[in-house]
Design a protein around this ligand. Structure first.
Ligand SMILES: *[C@@H]1O[C@H](CO)[C@@H](O)[C@H](O)[C@H]1NC(C)=O
Ligand SMILES: *[C@@H]1O[C@H](CO)[C@@H](O)[C@H](O)[C@H]1NC(C)=O
Ligand SMILES: *[C@@H]1O[C@H](CO)[C@@H](O)[C@H](O)[C@H]1NC(C)=O
Ligand SMILES: *[C@@H]1O[C@H](CO)[C@@H](O)[C@H](O)[C@H]1NC(C)=O
Ligand SMILES: *[C@@H]1O[C@H](CO)[C@@H](O)[C@H](O)[C@H]1NC(C)=O
Length: 416
């Protein structure tokens, strides 16, 4: 109540004042003129606003178009050539669409015309100058007739290419042209003659490349032992980096068997998914390890390493040999023993749980100083960064041990 009274009291003089001012305001022609002026002013302002809004809209749409063009075209990185490129792209749209059928290397995915069945891969690895050269021999089946072999390569220098037919008219097939198409990381081999469905063919490719100091493909890293820098080279192919180590059909659907052989200086040892089947020594101090044939699998599960590590070993009840490889000082101090111990128990546990036997004769765990992930579950050769597999029971915390256990449990489960 009190509040209402106050407002009434306060309101009366106010409204009186307002009424006064209204009464006092003169209704003359002068007022009409000011009203007209206001109208004109308002009209001008609204037109001006309209112009500004339109200008902003045009600017926005232009820059949006430019963004869209840049994101849709790999060639448009260069600003100055951008508009030129856009014009020619527009002019060529229909042309390029009709051409795509004959230019499958422009597609993101490989054409599904060929299917690899087996790879023979021979690599010669120089840890002196961090280069490797190789020869890959791929057996593949033709699914749909084609003159083109399109497979992945990236950062590889391809030297020689030979294509054979397995049919009655066996022998080398003539190659019309071959080239690397970098935007899609593919190598294209165009033949004179068409390959026919249900027939098998073979291709031999020799190549060479660098062992990069980068955590992808076949890469190198290093560690210090007794004040001396030591090097190792290891692979990381998941998801799409096998193509950096050898020419291949680098999509998970193209499963095949692999037989790897690695040649290197005898002061190093080498590992791969499968155990060594045979080993030969050259008189020049080089060794070649021939690994057994893998089961059918995707390219990203293939792995190998060239290092100067030592190991500790455990054998499961079903006879699977588990080895943990690490730098010699870590093995000596027993840092890998915990991971080795739980891996042995895990293999037995999973075998009982899934009722599936571990399908390879051995499992190597490799502790490397640097790795892009915590670990990678390559079949038969799992690679771990040292911090996720080595521990010192006297120093490491419980949470560190838990984290390490989770990583090992995860990677071993991948083996099934
Ligand atoms: C951009 O285009 C100009 C002229 O076409 C060329 O000289 C320059 O090298 C290009 N720059 C890049 C980064 O591609
Ligand atoms: C457009 O097509 C012409 C010939 O039809 C070709 O020479 C030119 O390189 C094409 N341009 C692009 C950007 O593909
Ligand atoms: C690297 O070393 C290997 C073997 O010692 C040799 O065959 C190769 O030519 C060398 N490459 C370079 C680039 O020096
Ligand atoms: C192709 O590679 C296979 C396996 O590496 C080899 O046996 C064969 O001799 C090679 N062919 C030629 C012509 O190099
Ligand atoms: C490998 O390790 C052994 C023993 O520690 C050492 O004598 C040899 O020099 C090492 N080789 C290389 C290439 O590091």
């Amino acid at each position: 109540m009190g509040i209402e009274d106050a407002s009434m009291r306060n309101g009366r003089p106010l409204s009186d004042q307002w009424a006064d001012s209204v009464v006092v305001r003169p209704r003359t022609t002068e007022q009409h003129i000011t009203v007209n002026k206001r109208l004109v002013l308002g009209f001008a302002i609204s037109i001006l606003t309209l112009i500004i809004v339109t200008a902003i809209a045009i600017t926005l749409s232009v820059s949006f178009e430019r963004c869209a063009a840049e994101s849709s075209g790999t060639l448009a990185a260069n600003g100055s050539s951008n508009s030129k490129w856009k014009q020619s792209r527009n002019a060529n749209i229909s042309h390029r669409d009709s051409e795509d059928g004959q230019q499958p290397w422009r597609h993101l995915r490989l054409p599904a015309t060929l299917r690899p069945r087996h790879y023979d891969l021979r690599l010669s690895v120089s840890m002196e100058n961090f280069t490797f050269s190789g020869e890959v021999h791929i057996e593949f089946e033709c699914v749909h007739s084609t003159k083109l072999i399109v497979l992945h390569t990236d950062r590889l220098e391809v030297d020689k290419v030979l294509v054979y037919s397995d049919s009655k008219k066996a022998g080398a097939m003539r190659i019309q042209r071959r080239f690397h198409y970098q935007p899609k990381q593919v190598y294209v081999i165009a033949l004179h003659r068409e390959m026919k469905p249900l027939r098998t063919y073979k291709i031999n490719i020799t190549f060479h490349a660098h062992i990069e100091h980068e955590l992808l493909g076949f890469f190198r890293s290093s560690y210090v032992l007794n004040g001396e820098r030591r090097f190792l080279a290891v692979t990381q192919f998941s998801p799409t980096h096998a193509r950096k180590a050898f020419p291949c059909f680098d999509e998970p659907i193209y499963k095949a068997t692999f037989r790897v052989s690695l040649k290197h200086e005898s002061s190093y040892q080498s590992l791969s998914n499968m155990p060594v089947e045979a080993s030969t020594s050259d008189e020049d101090g080089w060794v070649t390890n021939h690994f057994s044939r893998t089961p059918r699998m995707s390219t990203y599960y293939l792995a190998w390493a060239v290092c100067n590590f030592t190991y500790r070993e455990a054998v499961t009840d079903s006879g699977v040999v588990i080895r943990l490889y690490a730098r010699p000082d870590a093995i000596q101090s027993g840092s890998g023993d915990y991971a080795l111990h739980i891996t042995k128990r895990l293999l037995q546990f999973y075998q009982d749980y899934f009722k599936v036997k571990y399908s390879l004769p051995k499992l190597d765990l490799l502790a490397v100083p640097k790795h892009p992930y915590a670990a990678m579950e390559n079949w038969g050769l799992s690679v771990f960064v040292e911090q996720k597999i080595l521990l010192d029971p006297d120093v490491s915390s419980f949470s560190y041990q838990m984290e390490l256990t989770m990583v090992v449990v995860h990677e071993i489960c991948h083996q099934y």
